[in-house]
Every structure is written in structure tokens, then in C-alpha cells.
Design a binder for this molecule. Structure first.
Ligand code: ZN
Length: 268
């Protein structure tokens, strides 16, 4: 792998992102969940309790992160999203109602994209720079739509651990299931589900991968969900992970938008 020259000659880059799916995660899995208050309450925990605790933790480490928020959540929790924005964090696009993009209906994909942009602009007064698909899945149209709407980056694909450029001029900031809290913590009762992992084992998995990415000089892009990572014990695990990361020399920690901008201006 070619050596990446990171900002200020850092050894590697780290971004923390939080997908504030809230209730839309459950509604997009099954529309009937909209009428199941118990199921929805699992999602509501995210914006209601998880986000404020995460903001406290980030403030203690003086870190800025990226929050990907579906438009529906922006409309239902405007004060919470304002709080995120006022604390200086980035707000990225995450669909409207957490819809899986459908390549058969490009007009619906475009409509959802525009609705999500409008919702975010209502809080931040500016176009979101980043797009994370609710399913980490793109259609053949998505990157062209993102280009039309002036997006800077996509954070959806798994084919690298360094950023790269799409032909459309959109920076890709790659993700991975390993660096996502959902495969470890997402539990469902109505379908066969994985067991819940203890946070310490997840800490071990994430530390191992951070150490590897640091050695290669790549990009550690961690995706979390306030409804999962926002549980008290797991937040303490995240705190231990952050303590470990900041103990390494020459780590550049920044929101995804800053990493994408740096890549576009310096590496592409
Ligand atoms: Zn999501």
C-alpha cells in the first residue's frame, strides 16, 4: 500500500460517526413496527438518552464527530439535532425514513435524497457534505445523484481502509462491519438474532483493528448507533477505546467531512 501523507504528517486518521437511526431503524425493518411502542422504544433510546451521553463523552475528549441523521429523526427530534449541531459536530445525510435505496425506482431515491437534505438544512442552514446510505448500499444512480446535489463524500463501501475517489468526484470514506457496533449489539426478538456481545470483547476487536490500521497508516472509520453504543456500560468501553487511541502518537482525529476535504485537496 502506498504511504498516505495525512494532515500534519499524522500516522493515521480516525473518525467517529454515529448513525442516529432512532425509531426509523425499526420502521424500515417492518412498517408494522410503527404501531409497536415497545419495539420503537428501543430506537427512541438513541436520540432521547444516547445522544446527550455521547455529546458529553465527546466534549470530555474535545473531539468532533459526524452524526448521520434520517430526515424523519430531524423532524421528530429537532432540539436534539440542534444540540449536536451547536456543539460543532457534523450532520450527514442518512435517508428520510431509513429507506433501503431501490435501483428500480430512481425517482423515489432522488425524492428521498432531497427530503433528507431539506430536513438537515432546516437545522444547519447548509447542504450536508456527506451521505451514508441506511443500508450502506448504493444503487447505480446514487453517486450521480450525490454529484448533482453537491455532496463531498460517500461513506458506504468496504473495498479499502483508505479513502479513495469515485469517478464522479465524490470521495469514498470506506466502512466495515467489523468497525460497526450493530453486528455486536443489535438484537431482535421477532426474527432469529445474534446474541448480544459483552462490550469488552468489542473493545478488543476494535483495538486490534485500530492497531493494524495504525501500522499501515490507513483510516479508522468507526460507525456507531446511539441506541446501541449509548448504553452505560458500552459508553465506558468507548471511553476506554478513545483513551487507548489518543495514547498513540500522531493520530489525526476529525469528522468525516474534514477527512474527505483533506483527501480531495491533497491526495486525489
Ligand atoms: Zn442507519
Amino acid at each position: 500500500m502506498e504511504k498516505i501523507v495525512w494532515k500534519a504528517n499524522a500516522r493515521c486518521a480516525v473518525s467517529l460517526s454515529f448513525d442516529v437511526d432512532g425509531e426509523t431503524l425499526w420502521i424500515s425493518k417492518d412498517p408494522a413496527n410503527e404501531h409497536r411502542p415497545g419495539v420503537l422504544s428501543q430506537g427512541a433510546y438513541g436520540p432521547k438518552v444516547g445522544v446527550p451521553l455521547i455529546l458529553d463523552l465527546l466534549e470530555r475528549f474535545a473531539l468532533h464527530a459526524t452524526f448521520f441523521v434520517p430526515g424523519w429523526i430531524v423532524s421528530h427530534y429537532p432540539q436534539v439535532i440542534e444540540l449536536i449541531h451547536r456543539a460543532g459536530h457534523e450532520i450527514g445525510h442518512h435517508g428520510y425514513k431509513h429507506e433501503w435505496p431501490d435501483s428500480e425506482h430512481p425517482e423515489i431515491e432522488k425524492e428521498v435524497l432531497l427530503k433528507g437534505i431539506d430536513a438537515i438544512k432546516g437545522i444547519t442552514d447548509e447542504q450536508p457534505g456527506g451521505y451514508r446510505s441506511p443500508a450502506w448500499e448504493l444503487t447505480p444512480n446514487t453517486l450521480n445523484f450525490l454529484k448533482d446535489e453537491g455532496f463531498l463524500y460517500s461513506s458506504n463501501l468496504m473495498d479499502d481502509f483508505a479513502p479513495y475517489m469515485h469517478p464522479q468526484g465524490i470521495v469514498e470514506l470506506p466502512v466495515q462491519w467489523l468497525l460497526d457496533d450493530a453486528p455486536f449489539f443489535l438484537f431482535q426478538t421477532r426474527v432469529p438474532s445474534r446474541p448480544i456481545w459483552p462490550a469488552d470483547l468489542v473493545l478488543k476487536a476494535w483495538q486490534e483493528e485500530f492497531h493494524g490500521i495504525y501500522q499501515y497508516g490507513g483510516f479508522f472509520n468507526l460507525t456507531m448507533h446511539p441506541q446501541f453504543i449509548g448504553r452505560p456500560g458500552r459508553l465506558q468501553m468507548l471511553e476506554r477505546l478513545l483513551q487507548r487511541i489518543v495514547s498513540y502518537p500522531d493520530v489525526w482525529m476529525a469528522p468525516l467531512k474534514d477527512v474527505a476535504l483533506y483527501w480531495k485537496e491533497n491526495q486525489s
